[in-house]
Design a protein around this ligand. Structure first.
Ligand code: FES
Length: 76
């Protein structure tokens, strides 16, 4: 097995997000998160709003038996 970042094979976590890039990197400024608000970031690679969580991890977990969930950043 040879790792290929652009592969969409079953061994890849990322099936569709920014596959044209050699590495998926996102940067968010704290100023972009409303004071007192929060931002939820996807860690399951299933979100259609990546890098934000859209709740797709729930279906993924139900289907696979996994326990993935988002990273939540609170701007308090
Ligand atoms: Fe990926 Fe929620 S959709 S962690």
């Amino acid at each position: 097995w040879i790792w290929n970042s652009r592969s969409t094979g079953k061994n890849c976590c990322n099936k569709s997000i920014k596959k044209e890039c050699s590495k998926v990197v996102d940067s968010i400024d704290m100023e972009d998160i409303a004071k007192g608000g929060k931002a939820c970031f996807c860690r399951c690679w299933q979100s259609r709003k990546f890098p934000y969580c859209d709740g797709s991890h729930n279906k993924f977990n139900a289907t696979t038996g996994d326990n993935l969930g988002p990273l939540i950043i609170n701007n308090e």
